[in-house]
Design a protein around this ligand. Structure first.
Ligand code: IVH
Length: 676
């Protein structure tokens, strides 16, 4: 690259790149209307990184490259709010809302005013300070007077501007207030990943957002799907404007994400009509909405109304009753997860809530059952917490007839009948038997998953059969299976038996990080497994690493480091690793796994039909070694389809989408393996 540019040129290009990147960030994350492809965006970003790398003195805090900071913080610093963050008075009743209107009208006398109705976002309140257009402090509400400085975490949220978009008049000081939330879709996916890594899922998106903002390591926060909406400024003098409606538009023009809808209404009747409209719209919002906030629109009238010690008199919240239904708790069953944790699950008489039928609800743990005094046979009130996960809110005590049964956690694992333990200071009850079929099954599913050892042919049903027939008790047993073992299973066709055996065999050559992830170490997700591979070249080095040493890996904090250390030093795991090694499973960093180095880096291949001289695994291997990826389905993003004889529908799809098609010869040339 052109490092020969002088400082002035570099500075000029940096400024231009930052402006372009922030603009595209805003188009993508806030307006959901990107103008350039991800690739073009990446090119701008990499160019900026490159110049900043060559000119470190030109790196500044507001650069988009600096969203994720360095080391974790030792703790949060308190921040005194310049203007207290009050709370809102609230009601569930439309009559009380009319009383609010009467009070407001009485105080305002004959002055004309209107109301603005906004969604009440179910997130975490934050306050952000911008000095000369630059984000300088982000804080939590705390007790309203003093909050925590969470600037490093706030900076990682892509929809929050690090620098205000240029507008005509830029305030020297601006303090905005709003809510950080985890979008509903992101929440479901994030919880699924947590579950997979053996971490306790969050009960609802609000808790997930609050938990994320309280992390001391902003590098972890950066990976969480967080977003925000802003609706207020701390000081009226920050932007001298007349109305709330105008304020929301101004916030938008500075680059802040704002509510997708709000309404203005001249009278309380109109406000009340809007509440029903909001109620029918809110399920489509990316955030949870637990009500509406009704505000006097004219900002100069707010001072006349003033505040109580707790909340302003010119605004109030109307809360929607979460949709709740009564049903019967038929039974409490117990599930055993991959890490052996026993989770009680409520089996309910099916009921419909918020558009879907609910049959089960999580009860989390014994503490929850005790706290709510839940018994089998109880009539219970169920709601969808944060619009997502069904939960039991309370029991209907009056409906008891004395025949309800008190539930206690089994002292034996419901699956393997092995002993369970509940550690002191821990809410979880755990099955200690590593041989428990429930644990083995979820471990095998995890081990074989596409993002782990990627064992083609080993699906859910087969895992059940292999374990139930006693053929597999640990991932190591997979590698001892032969064709005859599996061919004997129910409904097993010859082809699938072959596929499975081929799939297992091929998985021996996977990248090392896949094995680290597949081992199912608590708290070790895919990303940390990849970081571990970068730091520890093989399993022996990893196994002999101290906790301190493990902690030096990015993405690996003290808890994760200890978990890895404990896992790898236990004798059963040592035996497992020994057996996997003897079966020929790769346990070291492959030269080719630094895929960014290969000539096919970034290219995705789909294989279809039979190649004359290469098995599918050999072809896959050649692609991986060259840095490419193999995928099972054709999309517009597929770089090449490799077609052998008897190709399937994938070929037709590739033709339709205009994806380049290679025959065996073309493929061999491309991967640098021409026919001899
Ligand atoms: S106005 C006095 N507008 O709800 C503080 N608040 O339950 C009110 N909230 O503390 C600020 N959506 O964190 C306002 N559109 C909205 C809101 C909203 C959510 C939060 C805010 C407040 C809490 C009160």
């Amino acid at each position: 690259m052109r490092y020969s540019m002088n400082k002035q040129q570099a500075s000029r290009e940096i400024i231009s790149l930052r402006e372009q990147i922030e603009r595209h960030n805003h188009l993508y994350y806030v307006l959901a209307a990107p103008e350039i492809s991800d690739r073009q965006y990446d090119a701008l970003y990499h160019r900026l990184e490159e110049i900043e790398h060559a000119h470190p003195d030109l790196v500044s805090e507001d650069s988009p490259t600096q969203r994720v900071g360095g080391q974790p913080l030792p703790g949060f610093t308190p921040v005194q709010h310049a203007v207290p963050m009050l709370s809102l008075s609230n009601t569930y009743s439309k009559d009380e809302l009319r009383e609010f209107d009467i009070r407001v009208s009485r105080v305002l006398g004959n002055r004309t005013f209107t109301y603005v109705v906004e969604p009440k976002i179910d997130g975490v309140a934050v306050s952000l300070v911008y000095e000369n257009g630059l984000l300088t402090i982000g804080s939590t509400r705390g007790d309203g007077v003093t909050g925590d400085d969470i600037t490093a975490n706030i900076r990682t949220i892509r929809s929050i501007p690090l620098r205000l978009l240029r507008t005509k008049s830029m305030p020297a000081l601006l303090e905005v207030r709003g809510e950080v939330f985890m979008p509903k879709t992101g929440f479901s996916a994030f919880n699924a990943v947590r579950d997979e890594a053996g971490d306790e899922p969050f009960a609802n998106p609000r808790n997930a957002a609050a938990g994320s903002l309280k992390l001391l390591d902003s590098r972890i926060v950066a990976k969480r799907p967080l977003d925000a909406v802003f609706y207020e400024i701390a000081r009226p003098q920050d932007i001298p404007i007349a109305t709330q409606a105008e304020l929301l538009e101004r916030l938008k023009s500075f680059g802040f994400p704002t509510s997708p809808t709000y309404w203005e209404s001249p009278a309380i009747d109109g406000v009340i009509e809007r509440l029903d409209e909001l109620d029918s719209l809110r399920r489509r919002f990316p955030f949870g909405t637990n009500g509406a906030v009704i505000k006097v629109n004219q900002r100069n009238l707010r001072g006349i109304l003033g505040s109580t010690a707790k909340s302003p008199r010119w605004e109030t919240a109307f809360k929607f009753e979460p949709e709740r239904v009564e049903t019967r708790l038929i039974n409490i069953s117990v599930q055993v997860g991959r890490t052996g944790v026993l989770t009680p699950v409520a089996e309910l008489e099916p009921v419909s809530i918020a558009g879907s039928v609910v049959r089960r609800a999580t009860l989390h743990n014994m503490d929850e059952i005790h706290r709510k005094d839940i018994r089998i046979g109880d009539r219970v009130i169920v709601e969808k917490a944060g619009d997502v996960i069904p939960a039991i809110v309370q029991i209907v005590a009056d409906a008891r007839n004395g025949k309800e049964l008190v539930f206690s956690m089994p002292s034996e694992c419901p699956v393997c009948v092995g002993p369970v333990i509940r550690l002191e200071n821990q809410v979880a009850t755990r099955c200690e038997n590593l041989q428990c079929p429930a644990q083995i099954k979820s471990w095998l599913r995890h081990f074989a998953a596409r993002n782990a050892m990627d064992i083609e042919g080993l699906g859910e049903v087969l895992v059940e059969q292999l374990v139930d027939n006693g053929l597999v008790k640990s991932p190591a047993d997979l590698y001892d299976l032969d064709r005859e073992d599996v061919a004997g299973l129910d409904r097993m066709a010859d082809r699938s038996a072959d596929n499975l055996i081929d799939g297992i065999r091929a998985s021996r050559q996977r990248e090392f990080w896949r094995l680290i992830f597949a081992l199912g170490i608590r708290h070790v997700g895919q990303i940390s497994a990849q970081r571990l591979e970068e730091h520890f070249e093989n399993i022996d080095v990893l196994m002999s690493a101290s906790v301190e040493n493990l902690e030096k890996t990015p993405d690996v904090g003290p808890i994760v480091a200890k978990s890895i250390h404990d896992f790898l030093s236990g004798p059963p795991r040592r035996v497992l690793i020994k057996r996997l090694r003897e079966s020929g499973v790769n346990m070291k960093r492959l030269a080719s796994s630094q895929s960014s180095a290969g000539p096919l880096c970034g290219k995705t291949f789909v294989l279809t039909g039979t190649l004359a001289d290469l098995t599918r695994d050999e072809a896959t291997d050649l692609i991986r070694r060259a840095g490419g990826r193999v995928s099972s389905s054709v999309s517009a993003k597929t770089s090449f389809v490799v077609a052998g004889s008897d190709p399937g529908s994938k070929l037709a799809r590739a033709e339709k989408l205009g994806v380049p098609i290679l025959d065996e010869n073309g493929f061999r040339k491309l991967v640098g393996h021409p026919e001899q």
